[in-house]
Design a protein around this ligand. Sequence first.
Ligand SMILES: [Zn+2]
Ligand SMILES: [Zn+2]
Length: 443
Amino acid sequence: MFKASMGFFFKGVNLLLFFHFLAATPICSKAIATTKYLDFAKDPRVFDWMVGIRRKIHENPELGYEEFETSQLIRVELDKLGISYKYPVAVTGVIGFIGTGHPPFVALRADMDALPIQEMVEWDHKSKVAGKMHACGHDAHVAMLLGAAKILKEHESEIQGTVVLVFQPAEEGGGGAKKILDAGVLENISAIFGLHVAPNLAIGEVASRSGPIFAGSGFFEATINGRGGHAAIPQHSIDPILAASNVIVSLQHIVSREVDPLDSQVVTVAKFQGGGAFNVIPDSVTIGGTFRAFSKESFMQLRQRIEEVITGQAAVQRCNATVNFLDEEKPFFPPTVNNGDLHEYFKSVAGSLLGVNKVKDMQPLMGSEDFAFYQEVFPGYIFLLGMENASSERLESPHSPYFRINEDALPYGAALHTSLATRYLVKLNQDVPVVEGDHHDEL
Ligand SMILES: [Zn+2]
Ligand SMILES: [Zn+2]
């Protein structure tokens, strides 16, 4: 997640709307007091255990679809907790089940993968694998979901349905969420919740929004073929360097001239490879980059225009171009779109757990999240979890080699996961009366 920068802005919570919602949809009186979960998660017995798990995973980061030891660690802890699970799902994924084993089903998701980054933070639990690092906080995400699993298991008799724990591989560009869905293990899910740690949001605070929250993201690579030759005799060559340069300039005109300025989109060329000598015009140049948009329609239009502009502009310079959207290696992520009803529900639950003024509205980010794949299949909601402690050193953005986790945030994530799942099951049971003996649609 967060392939783009983490800069974002908050606007005040609409208190009127919030209180209106509380009045309109009261949570069942049988609902478990959510603050109980936060106290439980802060208890050293749970907190120290989560910190230990997070540090262990941090020391041994694994890239997408290679999370074998991380996955094993998760299964060992689930075994100890007496929680059943399915494995392997999507190579390294683990799907756990807590509760009655019957509908309704609510899912909680944590991603497990690390990044190909050399950690630059000097501390006792620094990555022991050269060139790999948990620089996006997925180690903390796993620890928080295991924390929720522990809390849920100890309150299993109060769960009015089944909580499905989704430990997924390969969020960082590998589309692990898509593979989990393709495995067919998530059926009859009423809602899915996910979170992401945020370094520039205060600890004890959360932020999210209704509707598009993260952009859809795709990648492209193009080879522009000319004819190489002597740099001093250009008339005998077809220069792909000049063609590629014009292609790049023309690509910048798509967003600036063809797109509605109020519909945020990005086209960035981040890769340019061609030539190796001062006096040789190369045969070909390869360029590559990413594009982002907040609706599937805008995204597909962008994709089409990128291809047309590259091939058309290359032809102007007598070159041939081929464009590859890397559908296999880097499948495109759809825009992450939070369900509106779940947004109101989230504000109610997080507000009662953290305090209404700790639940912030945020602007959308151009970064992307493969959580979007779940949201295409069933209602889903993702939010940012604050880690910033004003009195300590500033935390770096995700994907920085200096990225650090404030472990004090772990209990908040675990308690929010737990509250969101259990109270949603209560809500579902209120909304749709359970038919006696109707257990045919087990997961
Ligand atoms: Zn990331
Ligand atoms: Zn991430």
